[in-house]
Design a binder for this molecule. Structure first.
Ligand code: PGA
Length: 224
């Protein structure tokens, strides 16, 4: 049985009370299945509160971050190191195209971040903008996220996403789990989830609404 991941990337949305309202609504409804991996990646400020709420409710939800520092602890103003984050997160989205575009993140920085994450047992989920994007050593979870599809309402086709996923595995190893991300919602998610080559979804906008996210999780839980 392959793993299916449903990963919510809240980006720069939700203050603490909004984050907790989402958890209160979503948490109790989440299905428990060993190979269904449900993840939420809140803003840094929300992470600790979200983690506490998940632990108190005993919800089957992994808490992740949307980034982490390429450096160790030290004089790096504004950065969150992997060691510090590892108190509260088990996964980190790395190399998202929004970080590459807006914050000058390079493949070399992503590779450093992957190293830091792995040192502290944080699972790196590396975003690949195309089949050619570099996959740093030691990564086993990636998301194919074509830039044209992110936040545009214009997703890639499930067939093409599956083809790219095959290409990524061909270049980097069949053991990789490849998610798809870019304008996924409850209407189109099933077609992506049905692709043999894909291991789930990385969801931005549609993950912000609790009900919409739950619809997607429900569809994934019937396929897994
Ligand atoms: P979107 O974002 O679902 O809003 O297109 C996906 C992502 O950036 O991971």
């Amino acid at each position: 049985m392959k793993n299916i991941w449903v990963v919510a990337n809240w980006k720069s949305n939700k203050n603490i009370s909004e984050a907790l309202a989402w958890i209160d609504q979503v948490g109790p409804e989440l299905p428990r299945k060993d190979n269904l991996k449900l993840v939420v990646c809140p803003t840094y400020i929300d992470i600790e509160e979200v983690k506490k709420a998940v632990l108190v409710g005993n919800y089957p939800l992994i808490v992740g971050s949307q980034d982490l520092s390429p450096f160790e602890d030290g004089p790096y103003t504004g950065e969150e190191s992997a060691r510090i984050l590892s108190d509260v997160v088990d996964l980190a989205i790395l190399g998202h195209s929004e970080r590459r575009e807006n914050f000058g993140e390079t493949d070399a920085m992503v590779a450093e971040k992957v190293k830091r994450a792995k040192e502290f047992k944080i699972e790196p989920l590396v975003c690949l903008q195309s089949e050619e994007t570099l996959v740093p050593e030691g990564v086993r979870l990636v998301a194919y996220e074509p830039v044209f599809a992110i936040g545009t309402g214009n997703p890639d086709t499930p067939a093409n996403a599956a083809e790219v996923a095959e290409g990524i595995k061909g270049r980097n190893g069949q053991g990789l789990e490849v998610l798809y991300g870019g304008s996924v919602n409850s209407d189109n998610c099933k077609a992506f989830l049905q692709q043999e080559a894909l291991n789930g979804l990385l969801i931005g906008k549609a993950s912000l609404e609790a009900e919409e996210f739950l619809k997607i999780v429900d569809i994934a839980s019937k396929i897994v």
